[in-house]
Design a binder for this molecule. Structure first.
Ligand code: HEM
Length: 135
């Protein structure tokens, strides 16, 4: 699949999830804390607005045309997030929680093509985030 095809599949899956299920943010945080109990304590003090703003940026990372231009933003956020107590494994869990919920809402519409787009974007993002959080 081409890069444009991957982006299209990703965008279509997020749009369809919003169409089918409305605001998927609460389900994503539930799934995130289920996958990553340590994160629940770190995010305990945050309200739905803060959580919504954070997820807005995470969605943007999934929807952006390419990840190369997100490198600086990710360097900025991972530095901020060190002070919040975010550990390296938590990033993978938050990204995969978004994927899990979209997959669950889409059911059969989460096709092999859509899956490939998600796998690729998660691994591209972690390719940038891992070195930033483990050094
Ligand atoms: C790529 C992944 C992530 C992105 C893009 C991101 C983005 C953001 C943004 C933009 C905010 C600020 C919201 C605002 O003040 O308007 C925020 C806050 C926060 N994030 Fe993340 N975040 C990510 C991953 C994580 C992870 C893995 C954790 C670990 C639990 C985490 C914990 C927090 C906490 C605790 C706050 C609130 C900080 C405060 O009290 O001021 N985030 N995040």
């Amino acid at each position: 699949m081409t890069d444009a095809g991957m982006n299209e599949a990703m965008l279509a899956s997020l749009e369809l999830a919003a169409e089918k299920s409305g605001d998927i943010a609460p389900a994503i945080y539930d799934r995130y804390f289920e996958r990553c109990p340590d994160s629940r304590a770190i995010m305990f003090h945050t309200d739905e607005y803060m959580r919504g703003r954070m997820l807005g940026e995470v969605f943007r990372l999934f929807m952006s045309e390419g990840v190369a231009e997100e490198r600086e933003y990710l360097a900025f956020e991972t530095t901020n997030h060190r002070a919040y107590g975010a550990a390296p494994h938590m990033y993978e869990n938050v990204l995969l929680a978004v994927r899990d919920v979209v997959q669950n809402v889409l059911g059969d519409d989460f096709t092999a093509e859509v899956n490939a787009a998600w796998e690729r974007r998660v691994s591209e993002l972690l390719g940038i985030i891992r070195p930033l959080t483990t050094s």
